[in-house]
Write a protein that binds this ligand. Structure first.
Ligand code: BGC
Length: 766
């Protein structure tokens, strides 16, 4: 098909639509029920099934649908000169796919009823769209903001809101309606490949950070899709793995973060997960999507499937999964057929259409807002940088090894010092215009980098990468760590003032990390590099700092005592190098705290016994029940390497004046935080609650609230106030299916991490 014919077809469709529209109810003008009444069955099904159907060609044309059978797409593309896939699909099928190139999904437009096509794109570390477009000189880069874990490690709702306000602005300015984020699954295992997209092992931290995230994005008049609902805690066989868990663990651990976000931030949409929960696929799980989400939580947005979810479109529709993305012919046919044979009630489809329409009325597309395609990427980069520093966690700092004195000469080791990882792989990756490596960041901050070493690394990385396949959606080329010989280390130690060594890991969608050397465990080269570097520099009386550049953790027990300092810098977004350098230089005192526990040994994690290390068996039993993360370490009396909530600062803080004041529905806790050190800094106060645990087994303590101070000057104080809703003290009694707040004496603890006895106050709860 030639371009001219494509255009003619499009013009004809448009004029037919104008004539027909005159007597018909119009979306955005007339009440939704009137629109639904005017829709044919096929239109309704088209509306709930995304437009990407060409990827699954149907054998037969659906009756009454002029758009089927689908064309031989490859043939059309050959004939179509310059026309893009989207042009062809639109002209031939009527689907308006692809307004924003690289967006994950679009909905079907129904011009005769004034229903436009809406656009959905990933998330969560920034907007993911194609940065370039055929025949267009403009670029469409987006900011790679700090990843989810980095944000959570800041324990700072304001910081998160600043980031997501900027991110949401990019969503709006690039013409997207809904961002497919945030990821709010619980970090049940350190091996989950998508942990970098998620927030925490604890639902209260995850839920609060998710709420701030959603509020920031939605403030721009665009939507979010909190995902993956629910119990998607592993990527291995993610499309069908059966997560078997108690109702109590489901409610208290795996759903609670989502519930907090739904109640506090009202995400416009929710993305169901791929996996089964107690043998029922999440997108077809009526208990989850209708009974709990809508019935108990009163959710009024809409639910969409994750992309190409398993299972029947009809079952998903019936269960309350409103939209099916990116939309397959199979799903379309399943819904039509089920309605025609009476196994699916058309009212359920109408219900779903209405849920989607109610949300879509709020989108920029429905409001016909124009967009600039040129967000302020410069100011967003500054926001990304500032946020990244706020999430960094200082794990070790012997004899104040950090901050490094300015202008020193640094021996910079580790591949990722020169090729810093700024995000993970898969849909959570962002097409950014640039990234700042640690090497560049340190130089921008006035440090001199040992050039011999630097050139050695750069040449090595370039040579190794030349033999690797190019980066793709699922993976980016990684290079084995360059070996640092004793001689290299000695030479550097003699010539430089200090050493920084980066240890890195990358992971992402579609696979979990491996319990192997080079992944969970350090490789032999990495271990020998640490030893060689530390020995050589210590011999010269010089310091060594290790930077962890990864979304989660690695095995650390064997080597963490060797260097003088360890900074967990996460996957901190495109401004990585500048942000890490700001902390290393001491422009900012680190104030991040771990959003998960780092164990001494992998086997100490409660999920270790039943993580799915292969696709067989396809069932994961969550036998640890509610005892996830620190709840398990407390209960089993296992000392972690670094506890949940842990993080050092360049200064010190003390807590005083803990007060717990109950009112009708909540507890107000106030704590005075004083900076007793010599540098300005910020502190996160965590409130853990010990319940009586007489009627029900309870964790030793649970995080119920937290607050981060502003920057406190040495000697100064700030009183933080934390509100804990009474209902957050409840546990789920799965025998009677009720939430229960057990009466008795409760202990409220204000602590700087889960292992800190902190200050405590007892209060009777009736
Ligand atoms: C991922 C989602 C993502 C979607 C659209 C899926 O493979 O699991 O997180 O939003 O693709 O790209």
């Amino acid at each position: 098909m030639k371009k001219s014919r494509i255009k003619a077809a499009a013009i004809m469709c448009a004029s037919v639509a104008t004539v027909m529209a005159q007597d018909l109810p119009q979306f955005g003008v007339d009440p939704i029920p009137d629109i639904i009444k005017a829709m044919t069955l096929e239109e309704k099904v088209n509306f709930v099934v995304g437009t990407n159907r060409v990827l699954e060609l149907p054998p037969d044309a659906a009756p009454g649908m002029p758009v089927r059978p689908f064309p031989d797409f490859s043939k059309l593309q050959q004939d179509a000169d310059e026309s893009s896939e989207a042009d062809i699909v639109e002209a031939v099928t009527g689907f308006t796919k692809g307004r924003v190139k690289g967006a994950a999904g679009d909905t079907y437009s129904i011009p005769r009823l004034g229903i436009p096509s809406f656009t959905l794109a990933d998330g969560p570390a920034g907007l993911r769209i194609d940065p370039t477009r055929k025949g267009d000189k403009n670029t469409y880069y987006c900011t790679a903001f700090p990843t989810g874990t980095t944000l959570a490690a800041s324990w700072d709702g304001e910081l998160v809101k600043n980031v997501t306000e900027a991110m949401g602005n990019e969503v709006k300015e690039y013409g997207v309606d809904i961002l497919l984020a945030p990821g709010t699954n619980i970090m049940r295992s350190p091996l989950c490949g998508r942990n970098f997209e998620y927030f925490s092992e604890d639902p209260v931290l995850a839920g609060n950070i998710a709420s701030a995230y959603i509020n920031g994005i939605q403030r721009n008049g665009v939507g979010t899709s909190i995902k993956h609902f629910a119990v998607n805690n592993q990527e291995t066989y993610r499309n069908g793995i059966n997560a078997v868990l108690s109702d109590r663990a489901l409610r208290e651990i795996y759903l609670r973060g989502f519930q907090i976000a739904v109640e506090n931030a009202n995400p416009w949409t929710i993305m169901s997960s791929y996996n089964k929960i107690n043998s029922v696929l999440a997108p077809a799980n009526k208990y989850l999507l209708t009974d709990i989400l809508r019935g108990e939580w009163g959710y009024e947005g809409f639910v969409m499937t994750d992309w190409w979810s398993e299972g029947s479109g009809a079952d998903q529709t019936a269960a309350g999964n409103d939209m099916l993305m990116p939309g397959t012919q199979r799903q379309y046919d399943q819904i039509i057929n089920a309605i025609k044979d009476g196994s699916l009630d058309e009212e359920l489809l109408d219900r779903n259409v209405e849920n989607i329409m109610r949300v879509m009325l709020r989108t920029p597309t429905a409001k016909k807002l124009s967009y600039s395609n040129s967000p302020d990427l410069k100011s967003h980069a500054a926001t990304a940088r500032e946020a990244a520093t706020g999430g960094m966690v200082l794990l070790e700092n012997k004899d104040n090894a950090l901050p490094l004195r300015p202008k020193q000469k640094v021996a910079l080791f580790g591949n990722a010092s020169y090729d810093t990882f700024v995000g993970g792989t898969g849909s959570g990756n962002v097409n950014r215009a640039y990234k700042v490596s640690l090497d560049e960041g340190l130089q921008n901050s006035g440090y001199t980098i040992d050039t011999n070493l630097g050139n050695g690394y750069k040449n090595y990385i370039a040579a190794e990468k030349a033999n690797k396949p190019a980066d793709n959606f699922w993976s980016i080329a990684t290079v084995d760590e360059m070996a640092v010989t004793e001689d290299m280390a000695k030479n550097a130690a003699e010539n430089c003032d200090a050493a920084i060594l980066t240890i890195s890991r990358i992971a992402g969608e579609g696979g979990d990390r491996k319990l192997e050397k080079g992944d969970w465990y350090l490789s032999d080269t990495e271990l020998s590099n640490i030893n060689n570097i530390v020995n050589a520099f210590h011999k010269e009386g010089k310091k060594v700092a290790v930077v962890l550049n990864m979304g989660a953790a690695v095995d650390m027990a064997d080597w963490k005592e060797l260097p003088d300092a360890i900074l967990h810098a996460w996957l901190p977004g495109q401004e990585a190098g500048n942000a890490i350098a700001a902390v290393i230089k001491g422009e900012v005192s680190p104030s991040g705290k771990l959003p998960f526990t780092i164990a001494k040994r992998y086997e100490d994690y409660p999920s270790a016994a039943n993580f799915p290390y292969s696709t067989n068996p396809a069932t994961t039993y969550y036998t640890e029940d509610i005892f996830v993360g620190y709840r398990h370490f407390d209960k089993a009396g296992i000392e972690p390497l670094y506890p949940f909530g842990y993080g050092l600062s360049y200064t010190d803080f003390s807590y005083s004046d803990l007060k717990v004041s109950p009112d009708e529905e909540s507890y107000n806790i106030s704590v005075k935080v004083t900076n007793t050190g010599e540098k300005a800094g910020r502190e996160t106060v965590q409130i853990y609650v010990k319940a009586p645990g007489k009627d029900m087994i309870k964790p030793v303590k649970e995080l119920k609230g937290f607050a981060k101070t502003k920057e406190i000057k040495p000697g100064a104080s700030e009183t933080v106030i934390i509100n804990i809703p009474r209902k957050l003290l409840a546990s789920y009694n799965e025998y009677d299916s009720v939430w229960v707040v057990e009466p008795g004496m409760y202990e409220f603890i204000a602590a700087d991490c889960a292992a800190d006895p902190g200050l405590s106050s007892q209060i009777e709860v009736k």
